[in-house]
Design a protein. Sequence first.
Length: 142
Amino acid sequence: MALFTTYLSALRKVNFNLFKIFPDSGKVVKILYVMRNRGNNAVAPTEDTLTVYKGMQKRGNPQAFEVAKKNYLSDLLRNEKAKEWIDQIALDTEYEDVFLVCYEKDPNLCHRTLLAQQIVFRHPKAKFLGEITDFQNRPEEA
């Protein structure tokens, strides 16, 4: 099984129906919302990180995401609950497909990709198969 990322609006394509994600697999996937106030705050960006990022982005600062990335990873790596969460999700991917979901459409500008990379970094056996927006066909594992 593996780890994937996607964004919230992409799930609307399947009406948030877990049975329509990789329907040919015959399995239900685990969906984890990793934005603030959705039950996984330990791995969501802090309010401070979001405020700084949005302010820099609004002013057109091209370094906005790099600063947010640095702040997010620093916060994540200092947070024991986040480390425990990462460890549990890595274990979950051994038995089921897991999706990390956030609002941001661009996976290159979202913490969900950074989080997935941290899961694999801490647990090299975990497989991150990337961003999925077409839920019909499950990518094959390498």
